[in-house]
Design a protein around this ligand. Structure first.
Ligand SMILES: [Zn+2]
Length: 429
């Protein structure tokens, strides 16, 4: 009974790539199967000897735990298989071998750091030490950093480019609480933090990123940093730390080789190599703001931007003139003022003045509910409670109000989606 279950598990999952810890070269399961008998025999013997010596030689390319290369009973094909003790949440987990394996395998217990993890941090330490931007003697591999804020054991730390840097190796199994705790700790200690993965392979177009990689992808402003045998070689040739950076453009993964010193560092202490594509509405508002001064939004830029709004939102039957007549430019500047907390596109000093002026115009009365909602969402309670504003809103609300499907409603939601989304969260609580 049990055997059946095991066999099923074995064939459902494939351990796709193993890493040779001596050379850091990757050997795929296809390469293993395609090997000559002689070459396979070498791997088989090295893996066995390594196991007897309790010094892993081949490890899983995903979780980093020790693997070996038995022949599959039915077909006689060699395949990679985890030694017992590998974490069962490895995506390539291949089931529990039976008998003596279970006993000798306890040394590679899942909770422990994997041999690949240990090897990578030593390599990173070596590469940092060789880099002239690293302060001499500052590289520390795997030692506690004890401060008033607590203690953590970064995989590698160094003073690089005159700034304290911690490098944490992230294989496939680190959980989000650990990621957040480490980020908080390094933030509080004014350390820069670089999450590093091994030999990252982007998911296929339809596939999802493993959660453990997705989390550090967001930490790094939607970049992911990885090293592999090629970048290690490059680093050793140049005596500089070379990484491979990954990012996404229009749902397609891209990558390039970057030097550690070329990275852009965020105030959070995390780096990115390639900035994520700006969202359309952020980009639009940035251009709108650039065209906006004390006297409102300039022509002809205003016309160009309003035309873009018409086409982007597929406002059929509308054009930039229609948007002007609907006072959309004044609406955008009023919403920006509420968002920023001070007047945008006018010479006025106070938000209250902006609201009063806006609502003074009768044809804008139908926008009062929208303005009030936006003011609430952006925390402008004080201004809303000012008597002059309260009176104007009360008067304006006697007019039929624009709803979210109206021209103004659609534009507001399209340009300020985060603000309106925050309202949904509050409302649903
Ligand atoms: Zn694994």
């Amino acid at each position: 009974m049990r055997l059946t279950g095991m066999v099923e598990r074995q064939f459902k999952r494939t351990l796709k790539r193993a890493v040779d810890l001596e050379t850091m070269r990757t050997i795929s399961s296809d390469a293993l199967m395609g090997m000559s008998k002689d070459d396979y025999q070498i791997i088989r013997r090295l893996a066995t000897r390594a196991r007897l010596d309790r010094r892993p030689r081949y490890v899983c390319g995903l979780c980093g735990h020790a693997v070996y290369a038995p022949r599959e009973g039915r077909t006689g094909q060699p395949y990679w298989k985890h030694h017992p003790g590998a974490p069962e949440d490895c995506q390539w987990w291949t089931g529990t071998p039976s008998g003596v394996d279970a006993v000798s395998g306890r040394q590679f217990h899942g909770a422990q750091e994997s041999p690949l993890h240990a090897k990578i941090k030593n390599i990173v330490g070596e590469l940092l030490t060789a880099d002239r931007r690293t302060k001499p003697e500052s590289v520390v591999v795997d030692a506690y950093l004890i401060t008033e804020g607590g203690r953590r054991r970064p995989d590698v730390r160094a003073v690089y480019n005159e700034v304290s840097l911690a490098v944490e190796v992230q294989l496939a199994t680190t959980q989000i609480p650990i990621i957040i705790q480490r980020e908080d700790f390094y933030d509080s200690e004014a350390y820069r933090l670089l999450w590093l993965t091994w030999n990252f392979e982007p998911p296929a177009a339809t596939g999802r990123l493993l959660s453990s990689f997705e989390d550090i992808f967001y930490s790094h402003n939607k970049n992911l940093f990885s090293i592999d045998d090629e970048t290690i070689q490059l680093s050793r040739q140049r005596n500089e730390v070379i990484l491979r950076a990954f990012w996404v453009r229009e749902d397609v993964w891209h990558s390039k080789v970057v030097n550690l010193h070329e990275l852009n560092w965020l105030s959070s202490g995390r780096a990115f190599a390639v900035a994520p594509e700006p969202l359309w509405h952020d980009d639009f508002l940035a251009r709108w703001r650039a065209a906006t001064g004390d006297h409102g939004t300039r022509w002809p830029e205003r016309g160009v931007l309003l035309t873009e709004l018409v086409s982007k939102l597929s406002l059929a039957g509308s054009d930039n003139r229609a948007l002007e007549e609907a006072d959309i430019d004044a609406l955008i500047n009023c919403l920006l003022s509420l968002l920023d907390g001070h007047p945008v596109g006018s010479r006025q000093r106070k938000l209250v003045e902006v609201l009063n002026t806006f609502l003074n115009v009768e044809r804008r009365h139908r926008l009062a509910r929208l303005i009030r909602r936006f003011a609430e969402l952006t925390g402008r309670k004080e201004e809303l409670e000012t008597k002059s504003v309260r009176d104007k809103i009360a008067t304006a609300l006697k007019t039929v109000q624009d709803d979210p499907q109206s021209l103004a409603g659609r534009i507001a939601v399209a340009l300020f989606p985060e603000t309106f989304a925050s309202g949904r969260t509050v409302a649903s609580r």
